[in-house]
Design a protein around this ligand. Structure first.
Ligand SMILES: [Zn+2]
Length: 130
């Protein structure tokens, strides 16, 4: 019996949510690297960091199917723009301001990870950020 890293999460909330789904299904699993990832969220996904969700390799297929099903249930028509009611929502980077470009350049210069560029849900019809 071997454990495999099923998923890597950037925040503890998503990781705990996935773990609770697997716990409910009776699949043994555990999280690792929670403390470091919570203290240094900007280092998520660098050098193997990020909160890892581990399961037995025998349960990996079933566990990934459970997580995938929960995601698709969440994403089915749940995203509605509150301003115009449109369902035409996309994930993309918001306008990157001049200040953020400066931060990006500084972080590249001093080898500091830049976690300040995140994708947002944006309504394609009215431009509202959800
Ligand atoms: Zn809208």
């Amino acid at each position: 019996m071997r454990t495999v890293r099923l998923q890597t999460y950037s925040n503890e909330f998503e990781a705990q949510l996935a773990k609770s789904l697997l716990d409910d299904a009776g699949i043994n699993c555990f999280l690792s690297n929670q403390n470091f990832s919570s203290l240094h969220p900007n280092y998520a996904f660098m050098l193997g960091s990020g909160i890892g969700l581990y399961v037995d390799d025998q349960d990996a297929d079933e566990a990934s199917a459970i997580i995938k099903n929960s995601r698709s249930a969440n994403e089915q028509g749940e995203l509605v723009c509150q301003a115009c009611g449109s369902r035409n929502i996309v994930f993309k980077y918001k306008n990157i301001t001049f200040g953020k470009w400066i931060l990006l350049l500084l972080s590249l210069l001093f080898f500091i990870p830049f976690g300040n560029l995140t994708k947002d849900r944006i309504c394609k019809d009215c431009g509202e950020t959800l």
